[in-house]
Write a protein that binds this ligand. Structure first.
Ligand SMILES: Nc1ncnc2c1ncn2[C@@H]1O[C@H](COP(=O)(O)OS(=O)(=O)O)[C@@H](OP(=O)(O)O)[C@H]1O
Length: 362
């Protein structure tokens, strides 16, 4: 297995920092792999104990999260420090009392277009539309949006991402608005210390850094899990309106947390935020120049270690690492571009001394 630690040089000396456990709700197609990579690097450097799913990369998604889905506490650890694998949130489920909760949301139109394009063949509602579209020689997304209800069976568990995907991941009833929404939103606002916004990613990182006591080196990042431009569908006004109305709860959720975000930013200080964002961008630019020899590399040209997971309908591009780096820089740079699955299984192996388990057979 190419992801075992012997293949990835150590980044640098470990640094210990006392901080509360962090729970990152990894929402779908929102930039969450980029955030997860930051947390993976942080946790690895600090020898944190990860709460990993006992099988695969996800906590029994799309079931609601249960503590029972977490793998055992490794020998010698007294608590889990970091949880950042995909799940569908259940706030009622046992989570450490003192945990810091973080998530990221993205413009609901962009999120849905990305979810549709990436999961066309795994979400039943999308797949049915895709097949119908193939017969008619039309685009799957436009056929779906013309009459989504025809393709969407709300009782089918695999259809969670087919409507209001972010609300679904947050644990809401994503099918229709009900009277408890305002209260549920208020509860989420209370539970989450930071809801990052993909459209203000660098601002979000500065706030994340302040929350967790991170330095620019910890926050420097490369956009991960990015679709090739020919996998992205440009939506005209009409399509955008259809996406918005199909995902009206995600719009509500997003608008609410954008407002919360700017309140947090203003408490932090807008001027201070601007200055720190500029510093972070300059630092990140230097790191990118040092680490990346080629960006937007098609999967066929990437070595296994750096090739992101592909789906049947979307091409995901990656990065090539600079040659001639010191061993320490190589370790740092490779980690920053490691796709989710490779980094996940690397850390799992490091923590348990064995490979991850596959999903149990039905
Ligand atoms: N920093 C930053 N800012 C804004 N957007 C970003 C960022 N990093 C990644 N991305 C975009 O997020 C999409 C991938 O999201 P995820 O990693 O959450 O996807 S996944 O659910 O884990 O498959 C994917 O969107 P699409 O390319 O539109 O599909 C990425 O391009």
């Amino acid at each position: 297995n190419c992801t075992h630690n012997t293949f990835i040089p150590t980044a640098r000396a470990e640094r210990q920092r006392a901080h509360p456990p962090v729970v990152f709700l990894k929402t779908h197609r929102t930039g969450s792999s980029t955030v997860q990579n930051i947390l993976f690097r942080l946790g690895e450097r600090e020898s944190a104990t990860f709460a990993f799913p006992s099988h695969t990369y996800q906590f029994n998604y799309p079931d609601r999260f249960r503590a029972a889905f977490v793998d055992e506490l490794p020998e010698g650890s007294s608590q889990f420090d970091l949880l950042c694998s995909h799940m569908r949130l259940d706030l009622r489920e046992v989570m450490p009392q003192n945990a810091v909760f973080i998530t990221v949301l993205r413009d609901p139109i962009k999120t849905f277009e990305s979810v549709f394009g990436y999961y066309t063949s795994t979400v039943p509602a999308f797949l049915t539309a895709h097949r119908a579209a193939a017969i008619e020689g039309k685009s799957a997304l436009s056929v779906f949006l013309d009459s989504p209800e025809i393709f969407w069976d709300p009782k089918e568990p695999g259809n969670g991402l087919a409507k209001n995907p972010m609300s679904f991941d947050m644990g809401f009833n994503n099918q229709k608005w009900n009277g408890s929404w305002p209260e549920d939103l208020a509860q989420l606002e209370e539970a989450f210390h930071l809801v990052m916004i993909a459209e203000h990613f660098d601002e979000s990182l500065v706030l994340l850094g302040a929350l967790l006591g991170l330095e620019h080196e910890d926050l420097a990042y490369l956009r991960l899990n990015v679709r090739a431009s020919n996998s992205v569908t440009d939506l005209d006004e009409n399509m955008q309106a259809k996406v918005r109305s199909w995902n009206v709860l995600d719009t509500l959720l997003y608008d609410f947390f954008v407002q919360v975000f700017w309140e947090k930013a203003s408490q932090f200080g807008m001027e201070r935020l601007k200055v720190e964002v500029e510093q972070l961008r300059a630092f990140t630019e230097d790191v990118r120049r040092k680490c990346v020899s080629r960006a937007e590399v098609p999967p066929g040209e990437l070595e296994d270690l750096l090739r992101p997971w592909q789906t049947e309908t979307a091409t995901i591009v990656g990065y090539e690492v600079q040659g001639n780096l010191s061993l320490q820089d190589q370790g740092f740079c490779i980690r920053m571009m490691l796709p989710e699955l490779q980094y996940h299984s690397h850390l799992y192996f490091k923590q348990y001394g064995r490979d991850m388990r596959a999903a149990p057979a039905d």
